[in-house]
Ligand binder design. Structure first.
Ligand code: PEP
Ligand code: MN
Length: 348
């Protein structure tokens, strides 16, 4: 259930309503807005309760949220969520978020060089994995904390927020210390304990869609994080596994407009993992922006053939710069801008 409270309710008035909700044995999630405040009621619905909440002072209306996910739903919040990730970058606004960098953090110099390369092309968020979910236990599995330090230093040097994957609750303090955005990888989308824990951290979290994650399951994964009190959740479509073997995954473009309709959370597209082939990354990136994505996650490597992971889907700096130009044209058509290129330049 969601309770819509009039904008002239004082903090004390809101507190009275929250207490009533809690006394009914439900959890209350308060979201104070300029137009109205919303209290999300988490717990079983009861018609008598709806009537009782409706009779409280300053309550404008009470709605039953029909979806299994509540806090992430458009019914809970009609306007898109815009998330500030530091260094003046936000995700979900007019300017697209372009996250770029190598799949894995390989060494200190390579990370710094990658940061410089993607920054020069206009990326506004730096990516790199220090804890890598690899199919084989014998593959390169990341540098761990040492890698986190290289990533954070490179981000700081280039004035960019950084995103990196957290695979285990074991590493949450270290990852939260170095990352500006914590990534939950596709393989952990339903690691519910991990979702609970990142819900308690005060850092934005990006949840990638699982290899066989349904839209509702993905939104419920985001709900886990929000239900623990972290409102700064970003969704990332990275392709799903289908019968098709001609490419690594099937990038599900339908998911972008659907999720934008169902949820107020920003959605990032990852055509690198979504295709697995560098030749497909640019057209799929353009398609994702046209479909309404709030940004992109792109794997970039100076020498893809020598990358320690995911070289086949990595763009060189030059190709990445070319992608930024192509995406700028599409962005202008959907009234978005790309970082580093103003709206007027994008329209040229
Ligand atoms: C990654 O971003 O490098 C990654 C492992 O992604 P995913 O979880 O989508 O496979
Ligand atoms: Mn990768």
């Amino acid at each position: 259930m969601i309770i819509v409270v009039s904008p002239n309710a004082t903090p004390e008035d809101l507190d009275i309503i929250v207490r009533q909700v809690e006394e009914s044995g439900r959890q209350a999630h308060l979201s104070v807005g300029t137009e109205r405040s919303i209290i999300g009621v988490i717990g079983p619905d009861m018609p008598e309760l709806q009537d009782m909440f409706e009779s409280l002072p300053h309550v404008e209306s009470v709605h039953r949220v029909t979806k299994p996910y509540k806090l992430v739903s458009r019914e809970f919040r009609a306007t898109p969520t815009v998330i500030d990730v530091g260094y003046g970058v936000s995700i979900g606004g007019t300017e697209l978020a372009i996250m770029a960098g190598p799949c894995s953090i390989e060494n200190e110099d390579h990370m710094m060089d990658s940061a410089r390369g993607v920054r020069a092309a206009g990326a506004n968020i730096l990516r790199g994995g220090a804890y890598k979910p690899r199919t084989s236990p014998y593959a390169f599995r990341g540098l761990g904390v040492e890698g986190l330090e290289y990533l954070a230093n490179a981000g700081r040097a280039m004035g960019m927020p950084v995103i990196t994957e957290l695979m285990s609750v074991r590493d949450i303090d270290e990852v939260a210390r170095y990352a500006d955005i914590i990534q939950i990888g596709a393989r952990n989308m339903q690691n519910f304990m991990l979702l609970d824990e990142v819900g308690k951290v005060r850092k934005p979290v990006m949840v990638k869609r699982a290899l066989s994650g349904q839209i509702e399951e993905w939104l419920l994964a985001a709900e886990y994080i929000m239900a623990q009190g972290n409102p700064n959740v970003i969704l990332c479509e990275r392709g799903i596994r289908t019968f098709e073997t001609a490419y690594r995954n099937t990038f599900d473009i339908n998911a972008i407009p659907l999720v934008k309709e169902l949820s107020h959370l920003p959605v990032i597209a990852d055509p690198s993992h979504g295709t697995g082939k560098q030749g497909l990354v640019i057209p799929v990136a353009m398609g994702a922006i046209a479909a309404g994505a709030d940004g992109l996650m792109i794997e970039v490597h100076n020498n893809p053939e020598r990358a320690l992971s995911d070289g086949a889907q990595s763009l060189t700096y030059e190709r990445f710069a070319g992608m930024m130009r192509s995406v700028a044209g599409v962005a202008a058509a959907v009234e978005r801008t790309v970082p580093g290129v103003g709206a007027s330049a994008a329209a040229r």
